[in-house]
Design a binder for this molecule. Structure first.
Ligand SMILES: [Zn+2]
Length: 445
């Protein structure tokens, strides 16, 4: 029988009301109770149709329920999260009041999330893999007019997780989910830094949903390879919890720091391996290892104080900074918004001085908290290997020169304060980036 979980937690969230763990064949009963008289409209691609879509559809038919003709996007090539698919779904739902049922975890969920919002109705997701943390987050990552953007829309009203389906997803998808969850280690460290610098305070409730449980979720990835259902349940719970934390503060801060900035840059560059886009989780994996290496460099240097006056004196003038930004994004249609972001981050000398002073004040305690937050590089690398996650840039078609270049580009694309801003504020950006990218230091190629 389906188990209803996280009830008290979900009662306090804006979007998601119910989380069921059980068989997909129980969905008709659950939906009849939650959405009486509403017909389901199943959306899948060919892969997720085989994984669970057909089973869900047959369950409705067997229950004698009316069910709209399912949408099946092609699955032979990777389904791109293009906005035109949202329009297709919205048009199909214009003259009915069906409840969309997204069968999938990534692209299908994002398309349905936005299309349901534009069609003024809630939707349900049946997860087919523990591959990323966007399942329960608000907002959908979609490509519109050639640009990838997060379009705002509520998270699913109801989530159904069938562990027997999730367990049978391709191992690389599970590994990607593991890496996306592990990224909370460095995302959390960045948040501690941002809090100390006065840039963004810790949101205690969101923090408590993820950070105290991370170790348990991440400790033994070998259990996933061994097919241990509890391990899959914990991984999926962890990823959903990330989404809930993001819902809770209406921001991706709890789940995204510098490691995600690296991944966003490679996404904008359409990073591919063997003709296929590299998964979000695998890009985040290398980003997480890079950010971990950065923290090791910073914490290992034994610095006890940063000089605010020197920080101001040594910072490049804005004109030089702007030139650097233009050079890094030459020819990109995003140059103007990126310049605006960098101008905002550059701010005044007084603001820089104040940030460095605040960091100095917090530094002794902060150092200890950061050391406890980060899993040491070698240990994290071992966990990743055990989980089937890439640990070398070469495994996702990158080399160290490109990683070094990404340090600059990643630092420019968001106003969110991360360890990259800390490096820039304290004059450590270039030496630390060079040290991390030195062949053999952390990565071999
Ligand atoms: Zn992510």
């Amino acid at each position: 029988m389906s188990e209803r979980r996280f009830e008290s937690l979900l009662a306090a969230l804006p979007d998601t009301d119910a989380f069921f763990q059980g068989g997909t064949d129980e969905l008709p009963d659950v939906m009849a109770e939650w959405f009486p008289g509403r017909e389901p409209s199943i959306v899948a691609d060919e892969n997720t149709w085989l994984a669970a879509g057909e089973k869900v559809h047959d369950a409705f038919v067997a229950a004698g329920a009316r069910v709209a003709t399912p949408f099946r996007f092609p699955g032979t090539k990777v389904l791109e999260p293009e906005y035109r698919h949202v329009e297709t779904l919205r048009n199909a739902w214009r003259s009915n009041d069906t409840i969309p049922v997204a069968v999938g975890a990534g692209t299908i969920n994002d398309l349905v999330k936005r299309a349901a919002f534009e069609s003024s109705r809630p939707y349900v997701v049946v997860a087919t893999a523990a591959s990323m943390d966007g399942i329960t987050s608000f907002g959908a990552a979609l490509v519109r007019n050639g640009l990838k953007q997060t379009m705002s829309c509520p998270a699913p009203r109801m989530v159904l997780a069938d562990v027997s389906v999730i367990k049978n997803a391709p191992p690389a998808m599970t590994a990607a989910g593991y890496a996306d969850l592990a990224s909370e280690l460095t995302a959390g460290a960045d948040w501690l830094l941002a809090d100390a610098a006065g840039a963004e305070p810790i949101h205690e409730k969101s923090w408590a949903m993820i950070q105290p449980h991370l170790e348990q979720w991440l400790t033994t990835p070998g259990r996933l390879a061994a097919g241990d259902e509890t391990a899959y349940r914990e991984l999926f719970d962890g990823l959903c919890m990330n989404g809930f934390a993001m819902q809770c503060m209406q921001s991706s801060r709890p789940a995204s720091g510098a490691e995600h900035l690296f991944s966003h840059v490679w996404e904008m560059e359409h990073l591919q391996r063997e003709g296929m886009p590299v998964s979000h989780g695998f890009k985040v994996a290398i980003g997480t290892l890079i950010a971990t290496a950065v923290y090791e460099e910073v914490l290992g240097a034994g610095v006890t104080r940063f000089d605010p006056e020197q920080a101001v004196r040594h910072r490049e003038p804005w004109e030089a900074r702007a030139e650097r930004v233009k050079a890094a994004y030459r020819g990109s249609p995003l140059i103007e918004p990126i310049l605006a972001i960098c101008a905002e981050k550059y701010g005044s000398d007084a603001a820089l001085r104040a940030r460095v002073e605040r960091i100095n004040e917090a530094w002794p305690v902060l150092c200890e908290r950061l050391s406890g937050q980060i899993v040491p590089f070698r240990a994290l690398r071992s966990l990743f290997i055990e989980a089937g996650v890439p640990v070398e840039p070469g495994q996702i078609s990158l080399d160290l020169r490109r990683v070094r270049d990404t340090f600059n580009r990643a630092h420019m694309i968001r106003t969110r304060y991360t360890v990259l801003d800390f490096l820039y504020d304290t004059g450590l950006f270039e030496p630390v980036a060079d040290a991390v990218c030195s062949p053999g230091a952390y990565f071999s190629e």
